[in-house]
Design a protein around this ligand. Structure first.
Ligand SMILES: *Cc1c(COP(=O)(O)O)cnc(C)c1O
Length: 393
């Protein structure tokens, strides 16, 4: 797989491909095998000694997984990467590789629910503590939160479900100044819209389950970054077993060929719908990064190519009105996923974030009537008609 740096994002995504097999297939072959065969004892010895680079066992590497990794590495402008069975597999392995007992994490408060569970329920078992900061906190205030044992700064941007934007460049500079790892979960933006490495990120994590698959079929995860960091992560990953299945890698690798064209459509439709929602009398407020009304609109324009596919908005009337509204939608699915070709609508306050107190919910930008919409690839007029009919009902 050779990299051609002069090619565009889409072209590299499509033309990066593993070596063809003896059958000369056009689309990549699926290597559904747990292990690989050696010519002789010497080749096996040299492979285990890493003198020879080749596949040994699919927990370590597999041609389909490597193809998927290579594509994401190019998209993020990283040096190397490791694929995982899920986004959470990537998050857990990344922290476990680089943190020691007694270390401290400085993290944005609005993180994915299971990441929040790692920070608050599981990492304390190893005496790893986390301090949260809010998305809108001034960067110079963050400096006061850094402790002698702080090891990393961790963020997601845009955040879920509040759709707030964090200043990646400022955070990257702060991390560098204090010699901290800067780790970004880039799942909501995708590398097509935002490349955190260009703003100083050391490691970038994805749940490939979301927009990378984009069709709601398989789970997957990946972490990419600098070569020496990825080497350490790889050694942890191959010994702990949350490896991506070759089948899922094959699906995801094919999906990446259409990432740019899909994300373009997701974002264009989301902007159309966000503008219409903003004008509707039954709506109290709309949060979408590429609306002028978004408090961090300028920052979003600086670090993102388009606004993403997630809109959050507040239905007048609070919690009950929010629940009634999603029940009245016909087209949009009620589902826990996002970034699917099918539009998905959720009510975070009573579902994904129901375990947080009202105060904690408001700290991560959730109000009782807030709705999160993951805009799909249906025609934007049909999505809007569904929302409008539900609002009018
Ligand atoms: C979904 C998600 C994850 C977890 O990914 P899985 O593939 O479901 O394990 C992590 N971070 C973000 C931002 C997500 O949306």
């Amino acid at each position: 797989m050779d990299k051609k740096p002069n090619q565009h994002f889409e072209t590299q995504a499509i033309r990066t491909q593993m070596e063809r097999s003896s059958y000369s297939e056009h689309s990549s072959a699926l290597h559904l095998t747990s292990s690989f065969v050696f010519e002789d004892a010497e080749e096996m010895r040299a492979s285990f000694a890493e003198e020879k680079q080749r596949a040994i066992y699919s927990r370590f590497s597999n041609p389909n997984t490597s193809e998927f990794v290579q594509k994401v590495v190019q998209m993020e402008d990283a040096e190397d990467g490791v694929a995982f069975a899920s986004g959470m597999g990537a998050v857990f392995a990344t922290f476990s590789t680089f943190l020691n007992a007694g270390d401290h994490i400085l993290s944005a408060r609005a993180v994915f629910g299971s990441t929040h569970a790692l920070f608050t329920k599981f990492f304390p078992k190893w005496n790893i503590e986390t301090t949260y900061f809010s998305a809108t906190e001034a960067i110079d205030h963050l400096e006061n939160l850094i402790q002698p044992n702080t090891r990393c700064i961790y963020v997601e941007s845009p955040t879920n479900p509040g759709v707030e934007i964090l200043d990646l460049e400022a955070l990257g500079k702060l991390a560098k100044k204090h010699n901290l790892l800067f780790i970004v979960d880039n799942c909501f933006a995708t590398p097509y819209l935002q490349q955190p490495i260009h703003f100083g990120a050391d490691l970038v994590i994805h749940s490939a389950t979301k927009l990378m698959d984009g069709q709601g079929r398989v789970l997957g995860g990946i972490t990419v970054g600098k070569k020496e960091l990825i080497r350490a992560l790889y050694l942890f990953a191959r010994n702990t077993g949350a490896s991506l299945s070759p089948f899922n890698a094959w699906v995801l690798s094919k999906s990446l060929e259409t990432l740019a064209i899909r994300v373009d459509r997701h974002c264009d439709s989301a902007l159309e719908i966000a503008k219409k929602l903003e004008k509707h009398p039954r709506i109290n407020g709309v949060k979408y990064p590429f609306l002028n009304s978004h408090p961090q609109h300028q920052l979003a324009l600086k670090q993102m190519k388009k606004g993403g596919n997630i809109i959050s908005f507040e239905v007048k009337g609070g919690l009950e009105a929010g629940r009634k509204f999603i029940d009245a939608t016909q087209l949009c699915s009620l589902s826990a996923n996002l970034g699917d070709s099918r539009s998905i609508i959720t009510h975070p306050s009573s579902t994904t974030h129901s375990k947080l107190s009202q105060e904690e919910q408001s700290e991560v930008g959730i109000t009782p009537g807030m709705i999160r919409l993951s805009v799909g690839l249906e025609h934007h007029e049909d999505i809007w008609n569904d929302l409008k009919e539900a609002l009018d009902a």
